[in-house]
Design a protein around this ligand. Sequence first.
Ligand SMILES: Nc1nc2c(ncn2[C@@H]2O[C@H](COP(=O)(O)OP(=O)(O)OP(=O)(O)O)[C@@H](O)[C@H]2O)c(=O)[nH]1
Ligand SMILES: [Mg+2]
Length: 460
Amino acid sequence: MPNYLENQETIVALATGKGNSALAIFRISGRQAITYISNCILQKNTFLASQPRSIKIYKFVDFNKKMVDEITVIKYLSPESYTGENMVEIICHGGEIIVEEILEILLKNGIRLANKGEFTRRAFLNGKMDLMKAESVQQIIGSTNKKQINCAREMYEGRTQKKLLELKTKLKSVLAILDAIIEFPEEDDIKEKDLSYIQKIDEIRCIIDEEIRKREKIISDIGTIIPIVGIANAGKSSLFNLIVGFNRVIVHYEEGTTRDAVSEEIIINGEKIKLIDTAGLNETENPIEILGIRKTWEYVEKGNIVLWVTPSNKKIMENEIKITKTIKSENIIAIISKSDLNKGEEKKKYLNDKGISYIQACFVNDKESNKVIDFIGEKIKKITKESDEEPGFICNKRHEEIIITIKKKISSLMEKAKIMGEETISYEIKGILTDLNEFVGETTSEEILNMIFSDFCVGK
Ligand SMILES: Nc1nc2c(ncn2[C@@H]2O[C@H](COP(=O)(O)OP(=O)(O)OP(=O)(O)O)[C@@H](O)[C@H]2O)c(=O)[nH]1
Ligand SMILES: [Mg+2]
């Protein structure tokens, strides 16, 4: 049973980001957290007598009892807190000066600044969460795409740990067969089991390979690549600026304004998108434009989704037909631009026949602009959702290193199983089990803990 109150210095950190904001939150944890904070509160006795987990407003004061800020305070008594220790959370106004003044007073009262990840480290050491849940906290904050955060949530909710437990059970069943063979080498039905354990090891190998594949996908996930393509002067750059929310690229009535491909990273419906404005698909002799157009075709091929801008007032061109032949209809979102100039009936018919989703709009009209953005957002959500898969269990570098070691061990086992004695195989399997124990945090060294928590931000 952990002793939450023993030998722990009281620590403080700003849990919210730097810079001015409406509110800021301080976290304080440690044996004397409540006593220390009571010294900074004008209504000291009310605070000391208040119920744990109750929320109250107090005046935070300096050493002369002069008010620094009016604060909202949540008091937690050990072990009912995030870290398992006595804790206080202070919500104050988020001005940088106030935040600095409050911190200074807390430090002068005997509280020390927390190290990176120290709150979560204490939570782990006090048995409030397992190691993988502690790691997931960092991952939830640091995720840069949906796949990563889904992976982190699985870990936070313990589903990843369950999958690893199943893997361990599989390994243990192999060990049981091996033990039986070692102990009763003469029995025939046990000899038959000989084959079944190799099969079981192979199943484990498949699971590991699949997990490594999922991990590679997460790492290489640079987001969904979406080029905006179409003939010159269609309104591609206008649409690009509209989506990114500012005048990022030049818009001009001359054809061939955009020559190079220009990209911006944006988030649409939680999905990381690399949006690219491209050179118009012109028939041209200009060598620079020709280079730009070559790039456009490269992006049409690379794109996960293509935004095809086609003007209402122009006939459909050969190069536009080529777009529909290069990319699947489901992955094209067509925007019939310049609706103020023509009804674009021919375009609509073509797109309906091809089964391509489209919207008609005028980019110079603000109201229609929002409609276009909503339409594109919905379509992107639908297309990217369809390619979602269940998250894997390798969420960070530490997990990856352990799983790669296991993969190597299993591959060598599979190769040499026939010539290895059962005792050697059993020994190797036990080694893999030890690796898995390290993965789930059943065995951890100080060094591993330092490595994990050094990646955290202060305040977590
Ligand atoms: N009338 C009208 N004009 C538009 C609309 N959208 C864009 N334009 C104008 O069309 C011209 C071309 O727009 P751009 O966004 O530069 O077109 P582009 O497809 O990027 O052109 P290139 O870079 O040359 O290939 C500009 O003068 C825009 O102001 C629209 O909905 N209606
Ligand atoms: Mg352009």
